[in-house]
Design a binder for this molecule. Structure first.
Ligand code: BV8
Ligand code: ZN
Length: 246
């Protein structure tokens, strides 16, 4: 299916779900999850660092990695892909934005009520009593690989952890429920910049396809979602999405 057919499909849709992964933020300069471990962290793989065990064993290393990522996100800007998603909401009767990303670029592009399946870099909380704690005002971009002691909770003194969902942790129930409900009711699901490898999030586009929705995939590379996609639009999000959304 060519780009203009996909654009027409979008334009006629009643309820569009936009499902995004790290690839939509790549052109803003945020490394994708698979590439998020550069430099000194390159000896780790994300799956071993993004776990409660890693934080347990070495809170300073893990907190330092998230602080580096948070500060990086604060210094970059949403790209034309994020902006096109925000514009799309005004062109369709109903749009549900579901993201696996922990950055705030969708919000800064003007999207409202993004469903964050994997939490956020901007919602740290106490690892002991779960009280939300303000993000520390780190003045400058910490050096890559720098270990930073996590702040202590003002209420109970426990260590503060990033407000993200780690491997082996449950996704926020209400987010997952809202995502599954939208996927089963939409008539078009646009999946952008995800490798479709991490569950249960990766189930969302598959659920939409099983429920009869058309699935449009935007990704420069093939992914395991190719076989369920009505159209595989090969290319970068910041180029393809603006062409899909007038
Ligand atoms: C759960 C937050 C169970 C953290 C993330 C063994 C032990 C434990 C669990 C498991 C296990 N085996 C399987 C599991 C389940 C596991 C899982 O799925 N593992 C995978 C690896 C097989 N899942 C979990 O653990 C989940 N929890 O299952 O709990 C449970 C049950 C009962 C009781 C208790 C627990 C939790 C998963 C959430 C993990 N947290 N993020 C952080 O950010 O640090 S996931 C992380 O990877 C990202 O958030 C993202 O969601 C995910 C996948 O990354 P993508 O977004 O797809 O990005 P990626 O880099 O992979 O790909 C980028 C894509 O973009 C590529 O396709 C590329 O081609 C494309 N691209 C590049 N440039 C562009 C582009 N596209 C468009 N334009 C461009 N310019
Ligand atoms: Zn606490």
């Amino acid at each position: 299916m060519a780009l203009n057919d996909a654009a027409k499909l979008l334009g006629q849709a009643r309820h569009v779900v936009v499902f995004t992964g790290a690839g939509i933020s790549a052109e803003s300069g945020v490394p994708t999850f698979r590439d998020a471990l550069t430099g000194l962290w390159s000896r780790f793989d994300a799956q071993s660092l993004a776990t409660p065990q890693a934080f347990q064993e070495d809170p300073e290393l893990v907190w330092g990695w998230y602080e580096w990522r948070r500060r990086l996100v604060q210094q970059v800007r949403p790209n034309h892909g994020h902006l096109a998603v925000a514009r799309l909401a005004a062109h369709v009767p109903q749009l549900t934005l579901i993201t696996q990303n922990v950055d705030d670029l969708h919000e800064r592009a003007g999207s409202e009520a993004a469903v964050h399946l994997h939490g956020s870099l901007f919602a740290p909380r106490c690892a002991t009593c779960s009280r939300p704690t303000p993000s520390p005002a780190t003045p400058e971009q910490p050096a890559e690989g720098r270990r930073i002691p996590p702040p202590r909770c003002a209420h109970c003194g426990g260590p503060v952890r990033p407000g993200v969902v780690w491997f082996g942790e449950q996704l926020p129930e209400e987010a997952l429920f809202a995502a599954a409900q939208a996927a089963s009711q939409c008539d078009v699901l646009l999946t952008v910049g995800t490798s479709g490898l991490v569950y249960p999030a990766a189930e969302i586009p598959r659920l939409a396809a099983r429920s009869g929705a058309a699935v449009l995939q935007v990704n420069p590379e093939p992914t395991p979602l190719d076989p369920i996609a009505t159209a595989n639009l090969r290319g970068p999000a910041a180029e393809i999405l603006p062409a899909l959304v007038s």
